[in-house]
Design a protein around this ligand. Structure first.
Ligand code: FES
Length: 117
């Protein structure tokens, strides 16, 4: 992951924002990260990552100048993470917030049955 990739895909909250929020507010529980633009309060997919990141920050606080390297050690691959969320939603385990803009890891597919083509 890159620091500006989204950790919470429902609310488009980046890893950098979550990590900075955690450091500045010296969070003690992952649930406090919901104060960072609502992270984790949509479909629920990112909650496990929020818990992991809160634990990692407590155990191995990131140096802001080394955030890229720190994220390489403590975050999943971006595409696998986004695909995992799509599967999570498809299985009915969570619902994105209403009116929320969905972002896909893959470009939209053309509908071959679309008469406009
Ligand atoms: S991805 Fe964070 S709540 Fe859905």
């Amino acid at each position: 992951m890159h620091p500006d990739d989204e950790l919470c895909l429902c609310f488009h909250v980046t890893w950098r924002k979550v990590i900075n929020f955690a450091r500045i507010h010296r969070i003690r529980r992952a649930s406090q990260l919901s104060g960072c633009q609502g992270a984790g309060t949509g479909c629920g997919w990112c909650r496990r990552q929020l818990e992991r990141i809160a634990t990692r920050i407590a155990e191995d606080p990131p140096d802001p100048s080394e955030l890229d390297n720190w994220l390489q050690r403590h975050s999943p691959a971006r595409d696998a993470y986004a695909r995992g969320r799509q599967q999570y939603l498809a299985s009915g385990k969570g619902n994105p917030p209403s009116g929320g803009e969905e972002k896909s890891a893959e470009p939209p597919q053309e509908d071959p049955s679309d008469p406009a083509e």
